[in-house]
Each structure stands twice: as C-alpha cells, then as structure tokens.
Write a protein that binds this ligand. Sequence first.
Ligand SMILES: *[C@@H]1O[C@H](CO)[C@@H](O)[C@H](O)[C@H]1NC(C)=O
Ligand SMILES: *[C@@H]1O[C@H](CO)[C@@H](O)[C@H](O)[C@H]1NC(C)=O
Length: 270
Amino acid sequence: MLYIIGLGLSDEKDITLKGLEAIKASERVYLESYTSILPHVSCESLSRFYEKDVIIADREVVESNSDEILRNAGSVNVSFLVVGDPFGATTHTDLVIRAREMNIPVEIIHNASILNVIGACGLQLYNFGQTVSLPFFTETWKPDSWYVRISENRKIGLHTLVLLDIKVKEQSLENLARARKIYEEPRYMTVSQAANQMLEIEDLRNEKVYSPDTMAIGVSRIGSRDQKIVYAALKELAQADIGPPLHSIVLPGSRCHEMEIQYLEAYRQH
Ligand SMILES: *[C@@H]1O[C@H](CO)[C@@H](O)[C@H](O)[C@H]1NC(C)=O
Ligand SMILES: *[C@@H]1O[C@H](CO)[C@@H](O)[C@H](O)[C@H]1NC(C)=O
C-alpha cells in the first residue's frame, strides 16, 4: 500500500492517529520537502517521533524518480508524507496515477491544509475565489498572470488567497550552467516582499485591481500556536515583519459580512 499522509500545518503532533499508524506499519517513509515546511519541526524530530527513518523527497525524487518511492509498494507499505493535506495546495495526483498504473493500492489520509485553515482569519471559506501563487521576481522576470486571477475574483466580490513562493534546493544560474549540484539556502517569501511585488505590478498595469490602501490580511505560521494574523493596508503590509515563515496573504473581496469585518478589526495594527 502507498499511504499518502497529510501532516497538518504545525508540528509532528498534527498528524492523525490513522496517519501515525500507517507510518508505524510502513517499511519506508518519505517526506515531500519542496512545496512546504512545518514551522516547528525538523526531519530529525519527525524521525524520532515516528521512530522511523524519514527520507527527504525533494522535487527531483518525486518528479523523476517516483518509481523509487513506489518500489515494491505492492507488497510492503510505503508512506509519503505531505505538509498540510495531500490534495491541498499541491496535489499529488501524479504519484497516485503512477501507483495506479503499477496496481499499487493507495490510501489517502487527510489533514488540515492552508486552504481550510485560512478560515482562521474569519472570512467565509465559501466566498474565496481562485487561489494564486506569487513567484519571486527577479530583475528580468516578473510574471503576473496571478494579477488577472485576482482581478477576476475581485470583480465578483470574492476573496483571494495568495500563496507565497518558496525556494528550496534551487541552483544559482552559474551552478546550473556548470551542472554543479550546489544548492542555495532555502528562501521563503515574506508578506512584506509579496505586498511590494503586488504593488509593483499594480503600478505597472494600472488596472486598479487594488491599491496601496486596499486592506489585506497577512498571516504567518497559520495553524500553529504562534500563528500571526495582521489586518492592514497593502502599503503597511509592505513594511510589516510578521516573523518566520511560512507567510500568506488574503485579499478580502467586497462580499464581506459586517461580522467578518468586525472579526478582522481585532487583527488591526495601530
Ligand atoms: C489533522 O490531525 C489532527 C491531529 O491528529 C486532528 O485533530 C485533525 O482532525 C486532523 N484534521 C483533518 C482535517 O483531518
Ligand atoms: C500495511 O499496513 C496495514 C495497515 O496499517 C497492516 O495491517 C499491514 O500488516 C501492513 N503490511 C505490511 C506488509 O507490513
């Protein structure tokens, strides 16, 4: 059996009892490491807690070497751990399709994902539109297709969850060109960087999708005990420091109940 297990968003204890049992009954345990992180644990503490070796599966392994993950999973149990929910922000449908092709049974064990935990900011989940991902800009590369998605959401009054880029195991252009397997330090986009990038694109495109005064919500480490929620204008978020990763932004749409605004006001920084 291949178990694909959601770890929730905070620490090693967020896993469900079902998930823990599956890990204990597994011969190999992989941790998907490229789309998210748990703010409060390292791979070693997961290993200790599960009493199992945990093998880090980076993008390379998952995308080009999934057969290694699935090796003999027809006869032994293999667990594939995903931060958040297996079908949350990053779907692992490709791994499931590959397992099906190999006639390996698959069981999914869910847990909380950013897509539902974001409800902690008080906005109705029903009124969220398309989720967007904001990539790190470079001097020459400033992709802005997300701007159109935000615009579509806002036209019909829906909220937008903006997920922020993370870069783990990236190679510098030079190392890439020389095929040197040297990797940069992981980088996690902050709310402040994101707000700046969003304002930069609004400045360039000037379609008035939002403005520096548009109220938005910056969240960090949502789902864990030290989560932070800040309700402020984008220009204020552009200056805000809300601590260690992971960060996300929500742009509330106009379809906001009075009570939702009242709830948000508690996160206002003065
Ligand atoms: C995630 O795991 C926690 C801890 O075991 C559990 O209380 C919670 O219900 C799970 N969440 C989901 C969405 O399954
Ligand atoms: C696989 O997991 C199931 C359920 O946890 C368990 O009953 C079974 O014995 C495990 N199989 C092997 C080969 O360990």
